[in-house]
Ligand binder design. Structure first.
Ligand code: G3H
Length: 538
């Protein structure tokens, strides 16, 4: 293995004096039943994807967190169950206005922790400073947008419906206890895209931070404790088998919100003794293709494909994971793409202008090398000079050409900085890829011919859940529906869809008699019910 460019990393390795965050960060605190408790048991080490010199040795140990046992996990669950109290607890019965106030207080406290959380994002998962800041700010915006969407939802249900002599008030009620588990690539944002709507709709929550990206939640323990009533938010840490299995096997979870792999989602769902009683909201795998037509604007397409395939090193479920390029423009497209890929700066997350950073997953560079070896053995090529080079946790962006369906990369979700290119002559080839794929999240089309694009759109919308024209695939804006077909998702998330996912339409109905009308009037006037109310939230 040649090691070109790798000296940048050696010269960039920091010694501990230069680290601008106090490491080691040993998080011994945990939040259960409204109490911040101290963990005295086993701890799990946190290894950063970034290496540094410590006492003359190369190290990447930046901290540790509790390796909880099953008993403690069940305490967290029971605390959420007690706080929900079959829907009679303080939180599920609280008025929406008061719940919104708690959420606003949480936002106020969360904003104070921005710097710490951004640093931890960089250190734990290697996300660039710019993207780490974006993840934090996007999460704050998501919470504020959720509050607005809830107000809107509540306003629409503040009026009564009278149909066929029956008066009704139709609203949304919480579902119970929600287990939230987010992914490592957006450990804050994607965890919160389920946690926040689940909470604000009146559910109580147990959440487990992803395997990578745990410590960054630590600065928020006090905010959760102070903003919400006791037991509403509980956090578990440790190995899934020890902490998640008993929680699911208890049968007390009403909603599983999980973003991660299909394999883990299947295991989790089966652990509930009555899986049909647990609603599942799942964001899973994807292998979004870009279909590049003969008349595509090359400059723009290359730009979008680079961001689409390589931002956060390709570790986005929405990343462009395979490019189908028409043979008439294939060579010039590859030439331009390679030239831009070679300009990407590889380095540490806080360095200005950096694009490619160290990968946090265990043995990821070995996995990616394996994918490249497979294509090389089957006749494909590495098209860029720096491709297929790696150093510890850093893998240089690698453009592969002559990729075919015989190769693993054609089917596997690489979730890393590899850009496989398939040359096609008939449009049936990329379409068959989409039709035969196990995944169905999004696709991108690049071109100008309105007739051809319309035909492609009409086929693709029945295969995937978002078709992007002349742009990369992406989740945002967060108000847009985010979902997928086949192995890519179960349920739809967006700011407003998520409020629906974590609640159920529930109504109170009574015959339109004078006596009943009087009774209803009295309830409204005396404000004796939290559910029945015609108050208009402003
Ligand atoms: O990992 C999947 C994320 O939901 C992608 O979100 O398209 O905003 O990066 P993004």
């Amino acid at each position: 293995m040649e090691t070109i460019k790798l000296d940048i990393f050696q010269s960039n390795i920091l010694n501990t004096n230069e680290i601008h965050f106090p490491f080691p960060f040993d998080q011994v605190e945990y939040l259960i039943d409204g109490e911040i408790r101290i963990w005295n048991g086993a701890m799990n080490q946190v290894n950063s994807p970034i290496f540094f010199q410590k006492e003359g040795e190369l190290s990447n140990l930046i901290g540790s967190y509790p390796l909880m046992d099953s008993e403690t996990a069940l305490l967290a669950l029971n605390s959420a169950v007690d706080a929900y109290q079959n829907g009679t607890g303080e939180w599920p019965k609280m008025s929406i206005e008061k719940r919104i106030n708690c959420m606003l207080e949480f936002v106020r406290l969360m904003k104070l922790e921005r710097t710490k959380i951004v640093h931890l994002l960089m250190w734990e998962i290697g996300k660039t400073q710019k993207d780490s800041e974006k993840e934090f700010d996007r999460t704050i915006d998501y919470i504020l947008d959720t509050i607005q969407a809830l107000k809107e939802l509540d306003r629409n249900s503040s009026r009564l419906t009278i149909e066929q002599g029956i008066i009704a008030q139709i609203k949304r009620a919480p579902l119970g206890v929600v287990l939230c588990m987010g992914p490592y690539n957006y450990p804050l944002n994607e965890t919160f895209t389920t946690l926040i709507p689940a909470l604000i709709m009146g559910n109580t929550v147990v959440f487990k931070p992803p395997k990578l990206g745990v410590l960054l939640h630590s600065p928020l323990l006090k905010a959760f404790q102070q903003a919400f009533p006791k037991g509403v938010v509980n956090i578990v840490y440790g190995e899934g088998q020890k902490v998640i299995t008993p929680i699911l096997e208890s049968g007390k979870i009403n909603v599983l919100a999980f973003i991660g792999s299909c394999r883990v989602a299947d295991i989790l769902k089966k652990q509930h003794p009555k899986p049909h009683l647990m609603k599942a909201v799942l964001g899973l795998e994807a292998k979004n293709p870009a279909i590049i037509l003969p008349d595509a604007n090359l400059e723009e397409t290359v730009k979008e494909c680079i961001t689409g395939a390589l931002s956060f090193n390709g570790q986005r479920c929405t990343a462009l994971k395979i490019l189908f390029v028409h043979d008439s423009i294939h060579d010039i497209f590859v030439e331009k793409l390679v030239s831009e890929v070679e300009k990407l700066k590889v380095g540490l997350p806080w360095e200005p202008g950096i694009s490619i950073t160290p990968l946090p997953e265990h043995k990821k560079t070995e996995y990616l090398t394996g994918l490249v070896e497979d294509v090389l053995n089957k006749g494909a090529k590495v098209a860029n000079p720096s491709g297929n080079q790696y150093y510890k946790t850093v893998f240089f962006p690698t453009v592969l050409t002559d990729v075919s369906d015989k190769m693993r990369i054609f089917h596997e979700e690489q979730f890393g900085p590899i850009v496989p290119i398939v040359k096609y002559s008939s449009i049936e080839e990329p379409l068959n890829y989409v039709i035969n794929s196990n995944y169905g999240q999004q696709a991108s089309i690049f071109g100008k011919d309105s007739q051809q694009i319309s035909e492609l759109v009409d086929t693709l919308v029945n295969q995937v859940c978002r078709v992007n024209i002349n742009s990369q695939c992406q989740r945002g804006p967060d108000t847009f529906p985010f979902t997928g077909r086949k192995d890519s998702a179960e349920g739809t998330l967006s700011v407003s869809d998520a409020l629906r996912v974590f609640s159920i339409r529930t109504l109170v109905a009574l015959k339109e008699t004078e006596e009943n009308k009087e009774l209803f009037r009295k309830i409204l006037l005396e404000r004796s019910s939290g559910f029945l109310s015609t108050d208009y939230l402003i």
